[in-house]
Ligand binder design. Structure first.
Ligand SMILES: [Zn+2]
Length: 346
């Protein structure tokens, strides 16, 4: 006859007593104590705790305390139907190292996938629904900081500014989110040739960039790119992605005030550049917009080339987001090929 050895805590004595467990006939569990006493427990009254790795099993009978014994297949035979499918599955996992490793790997893969795809997608979803007040508030904080530290009034002639403003309005007229776009020229010697769009649609361009450009068309090409960032909500998306899962979760779960967000956005705006994907998206938008306005994307390639020369690789003195988005050879090549496609059409 198969037996199990256990310790019986009967609920009366403070010390357990050793018992042998057996099940001579179905429906009754027998407890044999060291002094030869025999106790019969009806199986229907016994509760069995869930199996958890190699921890001892507890057989509890109300009013009679409990017996603690090592886990054994005998218990399943004596007390059938006590473990649920979920328990069995959990137990199966717990017992299999490979399954544990696989589960850990799956968790890592899911996390990476979320950061890679889920986070950007969630950030986009949230950015596209961001209350205007949050965009304006976050952008204002950035502007306040820059006005204190970097910006001086533009020294461009009123006539030049006027003309560029007019051409900018004509460029973006009728475009998505165009009413939110504003353009300001500032003198910012420490920043050098630069332009950027804030999440509320304010675009800043430094006098230094206007001076670097050799035509209005080159200025407009950069502005078209900045408008692309705004159309695609890149500023807010980038800020949300970098502030991460917790802020997003807060937003989605009802922290609609965005209190955590209001604090983190300006900081993330200043410290993070756009991703390559965002730059490509803004470039593609710019090429298409220039094309629709009868302007060649070639001017984008030429101004980018000049920017690349003006800020040699590695000189990253300009804070992330505010850099005019690395003028890489690939981006210049993309502009040139867009220009060639356009020329071929004509
Ligand atoms: Zn950019």
């Amino acid at each position: 006859m198969s037996e199990l050895h256990g310790q019986w805590f009967d609920g009366r004595a403070s010390r357990p007593q050793s018992v042998r467990l057996a099940c001579p006939s179905p429906g009754t569990l027998q407890l044999l104590t060291a002094d030869g006493a025999r106790h019969e427990w009806p199986v229907s009254e016994i509760e069995l705790n869930a199996r958890l790795g190699s921890t001892p099993r507890l057989l509890r009978r109300p009013g009679h305390g409990h017996v603690e014994c090592p886990d054994s297949p005998l218990l399943d035979a004596w007390l059938p139907g006590r473990s649920s499918r979920v328990e069995d599955l959990a137990d199966w996992f717990e017992r299999r190292r490979a399954a544990i490793v696989a589960a850990a790997a799956a968790t890592v893969v899911a996390t990476v996938a979320f950061v890679q795809f889920g986070l950007p997608a969630t950030a986009r979803f949230a950015a596209e629904r961001m209350p205007r007040t949050v965009e304006v508030h976050a952008s204002s904080q950035v502007v306040e900081l820059l006005e204190r530290t970097e910006f001086a009034p533009s020294r461009l002639s009123a006539e030049r500014r006027e003309r560029l403003h007019k051409r900018f309005r004509a460029l973006v007229a009728g475009e998505p989110r165009a009413p939110e776009l504003t353009l300001s020229f500032v003198d910012a010697p420490a920043m050098g040739p630069n332009a950027f769009a804030l999440p509320d649609g304010r675009i800043f361009m430094t006098d230094e960039l206007v001076a670097l450009a050799e035509s209005d068309e080159e200025v407009l090409a950069v502005l078209a790119h900045e408008a692309g960032h705004h159309v695609h909500h890149h500023g807010m998306r980038q800020a949300l992605e970098s502030s991460g899962v917790f802020v997003l979760a807060g937003l989605l779960l009802g922290d609609a005030s965005g209190s955590s967000l209001a604090v983190s956005i300006p900081a993330t705006l200043l410290s993070n550049g756009f991703s390559r994907g965002h730059e490509r998206e803004a470039d593609a938008y710019a090429f298409a917009l220039l094309d629709r306005r009868g302007l060649s994307p070639r001017s984008f390639a030429t101004v980018m080339g000049r920017l690349a020369k003006a800020s040699p690789a590695g000189s990253d003195e300009v804070i992330g987001y505010l850099s005019t988005h690395p003028p890489t050879p690939e981006r210049i090549a993309a502009a040139e090929s867009a220009a060639r496609r356009r020329a071929a059409k004509d």
